[in-house]
Design a protein around this ligand. Structure first.
Ligand code: PYC
Length: 316
């Protein structure tokens, strides 16, 4: 029998349905420096590690990986690099809730407030119960309003471009009802929009790729404000209402004067799970979103890559 190579210890959880795989050990040595620099090192020299952990046969397209790292700030409980089936995420709201609940499950943090360093900034997380957390996200903003696109097969599509820790194109008029049965049609429409943005050279600030497309529609439940469908960069849809996508939505609502600081916004996902959100304005006038949701542990495993396994680095 071949010897096991690079055993990787992980804990799996889901946040409102969306999976997070926290890597506890067995990850690459990324050295020191900012998390952005360590992410760049991982992408350049250790991308096969990302692929092993997240791609089939060990992972799945919907899963987001969270590599725990020594933080570069003393007041942070951990640093984290988020990754998915296609690359790396600046921030991940559902993933941050998953990380906090995982750390609590391991007894590494107690209920209360912690700070977590991400490649796009430090976030606050309040662990309000064993399975509940509120993320105070990085500052979010609406970059462009009412961008009109001519999308082959869809016609004219209007949306806002916003930053919520990742870049989003937010479309209020969804191409069809936001229900799970329509997932293939919603995915196709979102991909068409993404291609049209690329073809027209429309980006986020500084030429950043807009890699998340978000549709909104009426909620199914009477006490929610909206339902969404979010297509993530690797073409999987977010089972949760997407923490960074909800942050981007809050920024757009604030920009339009449609949501006041501190006002509650209940965002449903396409599977009916929900985040409760609100924002505060910082002293500089920036929008600082808070996103609350639940996460549950669903597995503890040792991932193994045996010598000779042709799919040790996943099915790319
Ligand atoms: O919750 O921010 C989020 C997220 C991004 C991609 C998948 N989930």
């Amino acid at each position: 029998m071949s010897k096991a190579l690079n055993a990787i210890r992980v804990i799996d959880s889901h946040t409102e349905g969306e999976p997070t795989r926290v890597v506890l050990d067995g990850g690459p040595d990324l050295g020191s420096g900012s998390l952005r620099a360590r992410l760049d090192r991982m992408a350049a020299a250790h991308d096969d590690f990302r692929q092993s952990v997240i791609l089939e046969p060990r992972g799945s397209d919907a899963m987001v990986g969270a590599l725990l790292c020594t933080p570069s700030y003393d007041d942070c409980a951990t640093g984290v690099i988020f990754f998915n089936n296609t690359g790396y995420l600046g921030m991940c709201g559902h993933g941050a809730i998953g990380v906090a609940v995982t750390l609590a499950y391991l007894g590494r943090v107690k209920p209360g407030d912690i700070r977590i360093e991400t490649p796009v900034g430090v976030i606050g997380v309040s662990l309000t119960a064993a399975n509940e957390a509120t993320v105070e996200n990085v500052s979010s903003y609406c970059y462009r309003r009412d961008v009109v696109l001519d999308v082959p097969g869809l016609g004219e599509v209007r949306g806002d471009i916003a930053w919520g820790g990742n870049w989003f194109f937010l479309v209020d008029e969804a191409p069809c009802e936001l229900i799970l049965e329509n997932e293939p049609a919603l995915t196709r429409a979102a991909l068409r929009i993404k291609r049209a943005l690329q073809a027209e050279g429309i980006t986020g600030m500084g030429g950043a790729e807009i890699d998340h497309i978000e549709f909104f529609g009426p909620p199914a439940s009477g006490d929610a404000h909206s339902r969404n469908f979010v297509l993530c960069p690797g073409n999987a849809y977010d089972r949760s209402p997407c923490g960074t996508g909800t942050s981007a939505k809050l920024a757009c609502l604030a920009e339009r004067g449609e949501l006041a600081p501190g006002e509650r916004w209940v965002q449903e996902s396409v599977i009916g799970s929900r985040f409760v959100a609100s924002y505060q304005r910082s002293e500089d006038g920036e929008i600082v979103p808070s996103i609350s949701g639940r996460a549950y542990i669903c597995g503890e495993s040792l991932l193994v890559r045996q010598a000779g396994d042709p799919f040790a680095s996943g099915i790319a």
